[in-house]
Design a protein around this ligand. Structure first.
Ligand code: ZN
Length: 402
């Protein structure tokens, strides 16, 4: 049978002998695979290459906060090639340890074997001093370490030397104001990767972000195949300007240890309205984790089950339906959370007063409430509003990043 799939997918399907896929319709009918499903198998069962061909085995909770996930990483030699477009590395680089092996491979091939210094997240002061002493001009950093390391680098003068900065482990958008203030000379890029795809970029940056245009767009990494599906019924969404849906990642590259087929990474994406003229491809923005049960915030977590518990306490005035929408923005002192809780009232309600009561009841940590977070300047005051009429198929009782 003649295949009408692209060659990388033909190769991927051929390696999975139980699959009989030769058309787009058959490909699109394959059910997505979730992290929970993968987690039922050990990394040995998921690994298709001999252990001798495994570069590293990592345990990670990722940004989802779910239980640790053990995964084998194959040798993926092209994962940093996109950097060619952005910077010519000639001075020491400061980076998180997850990145350094791949970065080292890239630099060796690019003919720039510059020293790499590893960030010690427990010792930001030492990291900053080392960066300053070495004259580092590049920083690869993750969101949780950004403020502590960034502040120390600014204090000792190392931040002013940084010309290229890549932020992973979260959306760069809310941090752009801080980054451009702290690292005024740096080209700023977001990094979109995941341990399940062996640490490789899922998307490669289309643009450098600025305070005026803080939204990071990505193009699909050429080592991967990306599909978008409708969050409600799972049908395929064509790549078209403005299209939105949950991202599925397939990894046909032969050097991966655990190939993935239509893996639901858990992120919702939106295709840019205007196709990118520079890279001649569709660009997309990552809207955030889709249907997460909880979100890590300063001081703890916002959890769906805790919201449900709090909402139940007011069953006399509201039904059990809710949806919490949140944003994170830079307020000059740090990233501030702003949340709106949509509820279904049984009758007229004083929303302002009710929001205050909810904020005192809603726990973000074992003995820490939303209201206490507001008092510390971490969160904007909670807003409560009526839930819009139900739309067919929309899931309630969830957290949504907007
Ligand atoms: Zn582009």
């Amino acid at each position: 049978m003649r295949m009408n799939l692209p060659q990388p997918l033909v190769d991927l399907v051929a390696r999975c002998t139980h699959l009989h896929i030769s058309t787009w319709a058959q490909w699109q009918a394959l059910p997505p695979v979730t992290r929970e499903q993968l987690g039922r198998f050990s990394y040995r069962e998921r690994c298709v290459v001999p252990l001798a061909e495994v570069e590293r085995i990592v345990a990670t909770s990722g940004t989802s906060g779910r239980p640790p996930f053990l995964t084998a990483l194959g040798f993926t030699v092209r994962s940093y090639d996109f950097l060619d477009e952005w910077y010519r590395f000639s001075k020491p680089i400061v980076c998180v340890d997850q990145n350094y092996l791949r970065l080292e491979q890239y630099l060796a091939r690019a003919g720039s074997p510059v020293p790499i210094l590893i960030i010690d997240p427990r010792a930001p002061k030492v990291t900053a001093a080392l960066a300053q002493a070495a004259g580092a001009d590049t920083l690869f950093i993750l969101e949780p370490q950004l403020r502590s390391v960034g502040d120390e680098m600014a204090r000792c003068g190392a931040a002013a030397n940084i010309r290229f900065l890549m932020l992973g482990g979260g959306d760069i958008g809310p941090h752009v104001a801080y980054l451009s203030r702290t690292f005024p000379q740096a080209v700023l890029l977001g990094r979109y990767a995941a341990s399940e795809v062996e640490g490789n970029p899922i998307g490669v940056p289309c643009n450098a972000v600025t305070p005026e245009a803080p939204e990071q767009y990505y193009h699909a990494n050429t080592d991967m195949h990306l599909d978008i599906v409708d969050p409600t019924d799972g049908t395929d969404v064509p790549w078209a300007p403005g299209a939105e849906g949950d991202l599925l990642v397939s990894t046909p590259h032969p050097a991966v240890a655990s190939p993935l087929i239509r893996y639901k990474i858990g992120d919702r994406v939106r295709v840019a309205e205007t196709p990118c003229a520079r890279h001649r491809a569709y660009a997309f923005a990552v809207l955030g984790r889709a249907n997460l049960d909880f979100v890590k915030v300063q001081g703890g977590q916002l959890r769906v089950d805790e919201l449900a518990r709090t909402v139940r306490q007011f069953a006399a005035v509201i039904t059990g339906e809710f949806e919490l929408q949140y944003t994170e923005r830079d307020n000059g002192r740090g990233v501030e959370l702003a949340a709106t809780l949509y509820l279904e009232p049984r009758g007229p309600l004083d929303w302002t007063q009710f929001a205050e009561t909810m904020a005192h009841e809603l726990r973000v940590g074992p003995s820490f409430t939303y209201a206490q977070g507001v008092a510390r300047g971490w969160y904007a005051p909670l807003v409560c509003a009526p839930l819009p009429p139900i739309t067919q198929g929309v899931k309630r009782k969830r957290l949504t990043r907007v």
